[in-house]
Design a protein. Structure first.
Length: 229
């Protein structure tokens, strides 16, 4: 993998935009995968399909815009090596919707919320306001809603497991106590099972709050838990 740099040079800007474009490419596939793999199988309500079709639509637009910007910078998607970390996580969570939501949407996508403001600042400081504006006005705000979809349906599944007979389609957790005592510990358990190592601070608390989850969800996961002997 090439070093991305800090957007101070043209090559660094190309490296970063290529990496972002690649992430959006995976995000399109994963949005449809979660629908096809889990929607019917888990008897999810119609709203689940609506939400992730919207996510897929947004990610596709992000990919198209970033790929076009990459060409404006003199490169193209596929010109550089790219990671497959998102797909590795998708493979590891391919048999469990709760784990898929936790890892892809509440860890990986939330990490994107943490780093995008710095990335935007670097492009702007490097004189590339076009890319900075694209990330700031289109990608960043919509990624908050994608993370929110993950949090929303994670909470829904936890609530449904407590009351399988419920026909309720809304995804609000019954009360804060339920979230603290059941939802958050479940999230912590899944992340520690499927994600290597602790989460990396600093966290974008404002964006994460807008997506529907507070520090009690992620701050405990920033502490490395020693292996049991």
């Amino acid at each position: 993998m090439p070093k991305l740099g800090k957007a101070g040079s043209l090559q660094s800007r190309v490296n970063i935009v290529h990496s972002l474009t690649h992430t959006e490419s995976w995000a399109v596939d994963l949005s449809w995968d979660i629908i096809a793999r889990f929607g019917k199988q888990e008897e999810m309500p119609r709203e689940f399909f609506t939400d992730f079709v919207k996510v897929a639509q947004d990610e596709g637009r992000h990919f198209t815009l970033l790929a076009a910007r990459l060409e404006e910078l003199g490169s193209y998607y596929g010109a550089l090596p790219a990671h497959d970390g998102l797909w590795d996580s998708a493979s590891a969570t391919s048999k469990d919707l709760l784990s898929r939501l936790a890892i892809e949407h509440c860890v990986h996508e939330a990490r994107g919320l943490d780093v995008l403001p710095t990335t935007i600042s670097r492009f702007r400081n490097g004189g590339d306001s076009t890319t900075a504006d694209l990330l700031e006005t289109v990608v960043y705000p919509e990624e908050i809603t994608h993370c929110a979809a993950g949090v929303k349906w994670f909470k829904y599944l936890c609530q449904r497991s407590r009351n399988p007979a419920s026909e309720q389609e809304n995804c609000a957790v019954e009360n804060e106590t339920t979230e603290e005592n059941e939802v958050i510990p479940k999230f912590h358990s899944i992340v520690r099972t499927y994600f290597r190592g602790p989460l990396k601070p600093p966290f974008n608390e404002a964006a994460r709050k807008a997506a529907g989850f507070g520090p009690e969800w992620y701050e405990p996961l920033a502490v490395k838990v020693p292996n049991a002997q």
